[in-house]
Design a protein around this ligand. Structure first.
Ligand code: IVH
Length: 701
């Protein structure tokens, strides 16, 4: 089994390949964990994948994928429960795997806040509970709603279920709580309760759970509250979301308050003034882990001062002020039965390992991704081999290598050179630098049914148009009957059926009058899709949810945006520069947008689609700050806060941060040493302010 080369030593080609592989693996694992409550990877392995992905992205920022796992938390919510928007998003934690990572975490915080060596930095430690997080809203001390994390923005309403958990107070004790507060923590099941539950399930001939976490998730997400009530769920409170008022100065004080109000908080919570203290707490918990009575998968460290937490803020999915130091992973050996090929939305052929089911860390694993042919060659895995697999966290398992290969193995596996779905040639593209793509792609484009269907599925999916009742199954059905070939056909479904000589939908098997009507209503309800969702839904390579959001917030209305893209596609340099000036938008995304806009069939599709729907403009970021909606550029040295903090503050206040000065720039914040940007701003008559002015304008002083 080979160890991985450091991210920085990879060639571009290798990095691109690995990022592609990681994106698939992490996505599959997320689905298994969040949607199916059936993870196939151990936490440690899952975290290793995420960490590797981040390391490579840090070393090759321009190769970051539009579907990068680092922009995403969890999977989408399921349909069974009604949806609840969290007051403040429920984010995830970045991971540390080594003592050095923890030291770097503390050092990074010091750098960000500009603390000198003597200034005390208190960081707390507490176990990372292996359950599922819950957000509970209290109004005037009364529990009014509880929701699962879901995709981080929107969760599932499990209020009735949460009320059955004894550790969750229905009414807060005492009086000094904010009138409105979201209390957050982890729902879990003790090891003992898990064993009892599985014994009962087995006796009753029902499904047994793979591990306490899945049992807790399965028990909380029950439509029948009586079932939840019969399951012994517990809850540790460790955080909060939206609050109507400040209730503590430090994390330590906040935890004490949560305790006073009637929540159970973890006994192993402790503040430390040195990194060594954190590492000791980690080692102590690693030793006690088996005796705690509940599963933990690491230790969480948090900056104690809440004003500092606020200053540190968030970066994509993670707070800068907290990190999870994870415990290491679980492995097993099983047989590779066969290798199957799946074709994705962009035509990528992904080999999947079908395995003889085996239990790894309490979870049954029967599939693993093999990523691509280079990975298969690297591992030299062949059907029939015994392979070692690793389940990381809660994502798809990974094949680590072959164990004692037989003498008479079949010849090395060969990736098909034609698409198994449409028969078109499947090739490895060569990029502009002459490097071969690690992925083999089907060249069938729109003619490949697998690609067309995957694209349509993406268009209607939750992060895109989100059409109720139009899921993978229905898309496949409509596609196979020739009724829906492109997104525009969805909005002309009734006509399309007629044109194809198909019966009206209500006469189709499995539809009937009501569900046909519901589907048409659901489609009509999406005739005004928000800019970000629409753009994401088009499935343009490297233009995923995050990039779409950045573009939507920058251009606000679709027409202005698309005009710029079309101009850029026609070689207008100023238009291209405008796209590139947006903080977070790089050349890869811009090139991909231009390529998309240049294709005549895409132009036709968009034209047909826009005849059916109207794209809802994005709103200028909601903030009453004076900088909200303004485009700001920082230049020169800032003395009161680091550049990173200034940018993160500005974005949080609804400003657009750009890296270059143009006619669109509203404000240039110029510190000492400002050079060409200042000059350009003066030429263009852009408002130039000092750092102090900026602090005042942003309400920070
Ligand atoms: S703090 C802004 N503390 O770990 C993030 N999370 O990977 C606030 N978790 O979604 C989370 N134990 O479900 C925090 N003591 C703890 C935790 C904890 C478990 C979970 C939680 C979170 C996930 C992040």
């Amino acid at each position: 089994m080979s160890s991985q080369p450091p991210a920085g030593s990879l060639t571009e080609k290798q990095a691109r390949r690995e990022l592609a592989r990681l994106a698939t693996e992490i996505r599959l694992a997320d689905i298994a964990y969040y949607k199916e409550d059936a993870p196939h990877l151990s936490d440690a392995d899952y975290d290793r994948l995420r960490k590797r992905n981040e390391d490579i992205e840090a070393a090759f920022p321009h190769l970051k994928r539009s579907d990068s796992p680092s922009d995403r938390v969890g999977a989408d919510v399921s349909d069974a429960f009604s949806k609840v928007d969290h007051g403040i998003p429920m984010l995830s934690l970045d991971n540390a795997f080594s003592d050095e990572d923890v030291e770097e975490f503390a050092a990074r915080i010091r750098r960000f806040l500009g603390l000198d060596g003597d200034e005390a930095l208190i960081i707390t430690s507490e176990p990372k509970i292996d359950g599922l997080s819950l957000n509970i809203l209290y109004e005037d001390g009364q529990l009014v709603r509880a929701a699962t994390r879901g995709n981080g923005q929107t969760g599932e309403d499990v209020t009735a279920n949460a009320r059955t958990i004894e550790d969750i107070p229905d009414r807060l004790n005492g009086k000094n709580w904010p009138a409105r507060i979201e209390v957050r923590g982890e729902v879990y099941m003790t090891g003992e309760a898990f064993k009892d539950l599985n014994a009962r399930q087995e006796e009753a001939g029902k499904k047994v759970f793979a591990n306490p976490r899945n049992a807790a998730a399965g028990s909380l997400r029950q439509l029948d509250v009586a079932i939840t009530r019969s399951r012994p769920l517990r809850f540790f409170a460790y955080a909060w979301g939206e609050t109507s008022g400040k209730f503590a100065e430090t994390q330590t004080e906040a935890i004490e308050k949560l305790n006073e109000w009637g929540f159970v908080t973890n006994d192993f919570f402790a503040p430390h003034d040195k990194v060594e203290g954190l590492l000791e707490a980690y080692r102590e918990l690693a030793e006690r882990r088996a005796m705690l009575g509940y599963d933990i998968d690491g230790v969480v460290y948090k900056v104690d001062r809440l004003d500092w937490q606020e200053r540190l803020g968030f970066v994509s999915r993670f707070p800068r002020w907290a990190i999870a130091h994870k415990f290491p992973a679980e492995r097993a050996v099983t047989k590779l039965e066969s290798i199957e090929i799946q074709v994705g939305r962009t035509g990528t052929l992904t080999p999947v390992a079908r395995l003889t089911p085996v239990t790894v860390g309490g979870v049954v694993v029967s599939n693993a991704t093999l990523h691509n042919e280079d990975e298969i060659a690297r591992l030299d895995v062949r059907p029939g081999d015994m392979v070692e697999i690793q389940r990381a966290g809660d994502v798809i398992p990974q094949v680590l290598g072959v164990v004692d290969p037989d003498k008479d193995r079949p010849p090395p596996y060969e990736m098909p050179e034609t698409c198994p779905e449409c028969g078109s040639a499947a090739v490895r593209e060569i990029d502009d630098k002459g490097e071969e793509d690690v992925r083999r792609r089907c060249t069938g484009g729109l003619t490949c049914p697998a690609q067309a269907v995957e694209r349509l599925k993406h268009f209607v999916s939750r992060k895109a148009l989100d059409i109720d009742g139009l899921g993978a199954k229905q898309v496949e059905l409509f596609y196979s009957r020739g009724a829906v070939q492109g997104p525009q056909d969805i909005f002309r479904l009734a006509q399309r059926l007629e044109e194809e000589g198909l019966p009206p939908l209500k006469e189709w098997e499995g539809f009937g009058e009501t569900s046909a009507r519901n589907l048409f209503e659901a489609i009509d309800a999406r005739r005004r899709p928000p800019f970000q969702r629409f753009l994401n839904g088009l499935g343009i390579r490297h233009v995923g949810e995050i990039t779409s959001g950045l573009l939507a917030r920058y251009y606000l209305d679709w027409e202005s945006f698309w005009q710029v893209v079309e101009k850029a596609a026609n070689g207008d340099e100023a238009a291209e520069a405008d796209l590139l000036s947006i903080d977070g938008i790089g050349q890869t995304a811009v090139t991909s947008l231009k390529d998309f806009a240049a294709e005549s069939h895409n132009q036709e599709m968009l034209k047909a689609l826009l005849a059916e729907i109207e794209i809802e403009p994005a709103e200028a970021a909601a903030s009453d700050s004076a900088v909200s909606g303004k485009t700001i550029v920082f230049t020169g040295t800032l003395e009161k806060m680091t550049r990173d903090e200034a940018k993160s503050r500005a974005t949080a206040l609804g400003a657009k941060v750009s890296g270059s000065v143009s006619g669109k720039t509203d404000i240039l914040v110029a510190g000492p040493g400002a050079g060409s940007k200042l000059k350009k701003a003066e030429e263009l008559g852009v408002r130039v302010i000092t750092e102090d002015d900026w602090l005042e304008l942003a309400g920070l002083q």
